[in-house]
Design a protein around this ligand. Structure first.
Ligand SMILES: [Zn+2]
Length: 350
C-alpha cells in the first residue's frame, strides 16, 4: 500500500477519511506491514504483504462463508491429483503459472478441466476488451473480484492507477506481477458491496467473472455509480448469466452453490435492470463473436484443420457473412445461454 491511496480512502464504518498510519515495515515500493486507524471511529485495518485489509470481522455471513470456502479450496490440482491451497508457498512454487495468466504457458493447468482453464478460455476476450476500452493511461481503475491480480497488472502496464479489490487472500499473488516489471497497483481486501473509497474517485470499474456473486445487483451497481466520476464506466466481463428459458438446476451451478459460493443465475434483462436501477443511464450489452471464439480456442489447442474449423475461418474472412452469422446467434443466446457477453454501464456526464 502506498500512502497516496489515503487521499481516496473512506472508512466503511463511519465514512470519515482521516487516518493514522503506523508503518511497521516499508520498502522502496510501498508500506509492506502496518496498521491504518480511522481517527473518527478508531476502526483498525491491517496492512500485510503490502495488502490493505478493510474487511474486519463484521462481514455478512454469505460473504465470510464464500471467503472461507475460496481460501480452503485446493485451487491448484496437479496431474497426480495433489491439491494446493492458495498461499505464499503455493504462489512461490508455481510462480511461472501465475505469471503466465490468463492465457497460460500451454501446460495442462490451462487446458480443459485444468485449474486455470477458465482464465485461459477467456483470455482472448479479456485482451480484446482491454483494447476496446481505449485507455489513455490517465484513468483510475478499480478492479473488483481481482483474484490473483493479473487483470489489474495489465491495466497498470498501460499506465493506469489501479486498485485491485478482492475478498480472498488470492491477492497475495499480485506481488509477483509487481516484482516482474514494476507496474505497480494497489491491493485492497474489501467487500465489493461496500467499497472503502470516496465518491466519484475513479474512471473505470472492471470485473471479470466476479460480480454475479453479489446477492443484489441494484445495490452493487449503485455502489459502483457512487464511485465513478461523471462519464465513468462499469464493465462486467465473463459474468454468469442464464437464458430466459434456462433452468437453474444445472449440475455445475448447484455444485458451486453447495460448495458455498454465491453463484447467482441472473438473466440478461435482470443484469440490465440491476445496472439501471443502480443509477446508470446508459447500459449496453455486447456479445462476442462465436466464430472468433471458436477459431481462437482451436488455435490455442493447436487443433488440426478440420472441415468445421476451415468453414469458421472462411466465415471470418468474409465480414458480411460473419455479420449475418453473428446476428443470427444473438436471439438463441438471449433465450437459452448467453455465453461470451459483456455489460458496459456508463454514468452520464451531467
Ligand atoms: Zn471510521
Amino acid at each position: 500500500m502506498r500512502k497516496k491511496i489515503l487521499d481516496i480512502l473512506r472508512c466503511i464504518q463511519c465514512s470519515a477519511s482521516d487516518w493514522d498510519l503506523e508503518i511497521l515495515h516499508e520498502n522502496h515500493e510501498e508500506v509492506r506491514e502496518g496498521k491504518l486507524r480511522c481517527r473518527s471511529c478508531h476502526r483498525i485495518c491491517d496492512i500485510s504483504s503490502g495488502i490493505l485489509n478493510v474487511l474486519g470481522d463484521a462481514l455478512p455471513e454469505e460473504i465470510s462463508l464464500e471467503k472461507e470456502h475460496a481460501e480452503s479450496l485446493g485451487y491448484l490440482v496437479t496431474e497426480s491429483g495433489e491439491k494446493y491451497l492458495i498461499n505464499q508457498e503455493t504462489i512461490d512454487r508455481f510462480r511461472g503459472l501465475f505469471l503466465s495468466l490468463p492465457a497460460g504457458n500451454g501446460s495442462r493447468f490451462f487446458k480443459s478441466g485444468g485449474s486455470f482453464s477458465n482464465q485461459a478460455g477467456n483470455a482472448e476476450r479479456f485482451f480484446k476488451t482491454l483494447e476496446s476500452l481505449q485507455l489513455t493511461g490517465k484513468e483510475r481503475v478499480l478492479e473488483v473480484g481481482a483474484s490473483f491480480g493479473w487483470g489489474s497488472w495489465r491495466f497498470a502496464q498501460r499506465g493506469c492507477e489501479v486498485i485491485a479489490v478482492d475478498i480472498t487472500n488470492y491477492l497475495l499473488a499480485s506481488n509477483l506481477y509487481i516484482e516482474e516489471d514494476g507496474s505497480y497497483f494497489e491491493r485492497v481486501m474489501a467487500d465489493m458491496n461496500k467499497l472503502p473509497f470516496k465518491n466519484e474517485c475513479c474512471d473505470l470499474i472492471f470485473s471479470h467473472s466476479a460480480i454475479h456473486h453479489c446477492k443484489n445487483l441494484e445495490r452493487l451497481f449503485s455502489e459502483f455509480y457512487r464511485l465513478l466520476r461523471p462519464g465513468g464506466r462499469a464493465v462486467a466481463l465473463h459474468e454468469c448469466a442464464f437464458g430466459v428459458f434456462e433452468t437453474k438446476s444445472g449440475k455445475a451451478l448447484q455444485h458451486a452453490i453447495q460448495e458455498g459460493f454465491n453463484e447467482n443465475a441472473y438473466t440478461l434483462s435482470e443484469w440490465k435492470k440491476g445496472a439501471r436501477r443502480g443509477g446508470f443511464e446508459d447500459v449496453r450489452l455486447h456479445f462476442f463473436s462465436f466464430i472468433d471464439d471458436y477459431v481462437t480456442r482451436k488455435r490455442m489447442k493447436k487443433s488440426s484443420l478440420s472441415l468445421k474449423l476451415r468453414l469458421a475461418q472462411w466465415i471470418q474472412s468474409h465480414p458480411c457473412i460473419h455479420d449475418v452469422v453473428y446476428w443470427l446467434t444473438i436471439p438463441p443466446r438471449i433465450l437459452f445461454r448467453p455465453k461470451a457477453w459483456m455489460l458496459i454501464a456508463t454514468k452520464s456526464q451531467r
